[in-house]
Write a protein that binds this ligand. Structure first.
Ligand code: NI
Length: 160
């Protein structure tokens, strides 16, 4: 495994619509391993392939606190979203200076392939659902600056 460089801010690779993953070979497994390692090293909850310069539909997410919850989403799609929403803060490893409020569904159900191409479905809520929405947006070139509803201002929490 190896750390990869995280693409930041104005890099046009972040704005591309990613292509489906078609080869589930050892090279692809190495990419997923590297993405997880890079995400953990950067203290992130999720990372999409374009963030390491690869224009393919692959994402890693781990919302656990002890790095035991790694999930790999290959060619993922959201197949249902709850009407109920959550409003909270979101950041992005590719926009390290940016932090703001985003409304997301409270629960989403997604369908994806694992690293060997097997299809699975999973329903997730709260922070996990937020991470799925955020990372899947990356695969279509949709990034944080385009959907932040309100910047986070630390002084809002002063005195709490
Ligand atoms: Ni991001």
């Amino acid at each position: 495994m190896a750390l990869r460089r995280i693409v930041t801010d104005g890099d046009p690779v972040l704005l591309k619509k990613c292509k489906p993953v078609e080869k589930f070979d050892s090279r692809f497994h190495e990419l997923l391993d590297d993405m997880a390692e890079t995400m953990y090293a950067a203290d992130g909850l999720g990372l999409a392939a374009p963030q390491v310069g690869i224009i393919r539909r692959a994402v890693v997410i781990d919302v656990s606190e002890d790095h035991t919850g790694l999930v790999e989403l290959v060619n993922p799609e959201i197949i249902s979203r709850s009407d109920e929403t959550q409003y909270g803060t979101e950041g992005c490893l590719s926009f390290p200076e940016m932090y703001g409020y985003v409304t997301r569904p409270k629960t989403v159900k997604f369908r994806a392939q694992d690293r060997n191409g097997n299809v699975y479905e999973k329903e997730v809520s709260d922070l996990f659902a937020r991470a799925v929405c955020h990372e899947l947006d990356h695969l279509d070139g949709t990034v944080l600056p385009s959907y932040i509803e309100k910047p986070y201002e630390p002084e809002e929490n002063a005195g709490e």
